[in-house]
Design a protein around this ligand. Structure first.
Ligand SMILES: Nc1ncnc2c1ncn2[C@@H]1O[C@H](COP(=O)(O)OP(=O)(O)OP(=O)(O)O)[C@@H](O)[C@H]1O
Ligand SMILES: [Mg+2]
Length: 197
């Protein structure tokens, strides 16, 4: 657990130090290559996130997907199951409000919720990843709890978005960690070899 914490701190620092210009370029390049990938051309419902803490920023990607007619969703913190996520329909520019972590989210509207099984792709933020599909998040267990109740075939395609500096040779994995199917960086989409257990 200590090793995970230390790695988290180190990797968060690395992505926080990337600088505005590099972040801008990464967001532009991501939006330039990813929408044409077959995984996305076949998707109609796609969840994204709003970048914080130096995360690779998908907002330009979201605008392009929206313009291509995809239905977008943002995660919001579940009002009762407080460490799980719900996904709610999102249109770029719609009004948002900060949640208890200071991250913007749409105001809960039950009629706009999208059941997880209806999502084709979830773009996930991450702190670290390896090519086996292992993912280190911010440490809340939100995505793990939200996805853990579904089998691998029920789950949407999970794509982590990351800067190159967030890659490590092999992450320490816990039994509850839900693996990702692929990682997209500013320049490429990498399918993960499912070498986790
Ligand atoms: N399916 C689950 N059921 C119960 N507890 C869980 C589950 N998944 C994770 N947790 C708990 O959440 C805590 C944080 O998990 P972990 O360190 O894997 O977070 P993370 O993957 O970095 O975060 P996130 O999923 O929010 O990106 C752990 O203490 C773990 O016990
Ligand atoms: Mg985890």
């Amino acid at each position: 657990m200590h090793a995970r914490q230390q790695l988290r701190q180190q990797l968060r620092q690395a992505r926080q130090s990337l600088g505005q210009e590099l972040q801008r370029a990464a967001a532009i390049n991501l939006a330039a290559h990813l929408p044409d990938h077959s995984l996305l051309q076949h998707a109609s419902h796609v969840a994204i996130y709003l970048a914080a803490d130096g995360e690779l920023d998908p907002h330009l990607l979201a605008e392009i997907l929206h313009a291509r007619g995809k239905t977008l969703a943002l995660p919001i913190i579940h009002p009762f199951h407080r460490q799980q996520l719900l996904f709610q329909r999102y249109q770029p520019g719609m009004p948002l409000q900060p949640n208890r972590f200071g991250i913007d989210e749409p105001k809960l509207d039950k009629s706009a919720l999208i059941p997880l099984q209806e999502l084709d792709v979830i773009f996930m933020p991450l702190v670290g990843y390896d090519l086996g599909g292992n993912r280190l998040g911010m440490g809340g267990g939100f995505y793990d709890r939200t996805l853990g109740g579904f089998t691998e075939t029920q789950r949407p395609t999970l794509i982590g978005l990351a800067h190159e500096v967030q890659r490590v040779p092999a992450l320490p994995v816990q039994p509850w960690d839900v693996p990702i199917d692929a990682v997209a960086t500013a320049t490429q989409l990498i399918h993960c070899r499912q070498s986790h257990h």
